[in-house]
Design a protein. Structure first.
Length: 191
């Protein structure tokens, strides 16, 4: 649940929504099953029609756990990541957070892949990203770096650390999302 909330960008009044574009049905069903196991309640799934496409939306029923976690993550109505909240993460939660907000890219040289970059798009302040960096280093032994694009910060790691991280989360990645990590695991870097 914690990983889903960290990767989730939509929040309703006192609850949260999970939305994915069509084509991610298997991943949405995976999350639906997890939420139903956690909440012990059915989770509504519906297709939302937009002018430029469709989204698949999950709307979990609110339970005391959801209310508590949302209050911790949105203490004043704004997403605020603290070390205390991060300490609630499991490896499965980290995997879901990466699948929702992470990406991999390859750097090419002379037409060949020579490096891998893993990013985690947090859309948080520099200070909150530094809290996340310290958490991953101290708790899991991963070294993330911090980079900034035009409007926000994100976490990044290079080839060796990225491969180690993807190997770490792989057992918790559903088959429908393996494409997001496998290609990079099989890539040989020349640097």
């Amino acid at each position: 649940m914690v990983g889903m909330l960290l990767g989730c960008s939509k929040r309703s009044q006192n609850n949260f929504l999970i939305q994915h574009s069509t084509g991610k049905e298997d991943y949405v069903l995976f999350k639906k099953q997890l939420l139903e196991q956690i909440t012990k309640k059915p989770v509504s799934l519906r297709v939302v029609h937009l002018k430029d496409g469709e989204l698949i939306r999950l709307e979990p029923k609110q339970i005391p756990l959801t209310r508590i976690l949302l209050k911790k993550l949105y203490p004043r109505g704004t997403k605020t990541v603290t070390r205390k909240f991060l300490n609630l993460l499991t490896i499965a939660g980290i995997a879901i957070w990466f699948l929702d907000a992470g990406a991999k890219s390859f750097k090419r040289k002379n037409g060949k892949i020579h490096a891998l970059e893993i990013t985690l798009n947090t859309s948080l302040s520099k200070e909150e990203n530094e809290i996340i960096i310290a958490y991953f280093s101290e708790v899991w032994g991963f070294k993330w770096g911090l980079s900034k694009n035009k409007t926000s910060y994100r976490l990044r790691m290079g080839t060796q650390e990225g491969k180690r991280f993807l190997t770490f989360i792989k057992p918790y990645v559903p088959n429908s999302m393996l494409y997001k990590i496998e290609t990079s695991l099989n890539t040989t870097a020349t640097t």
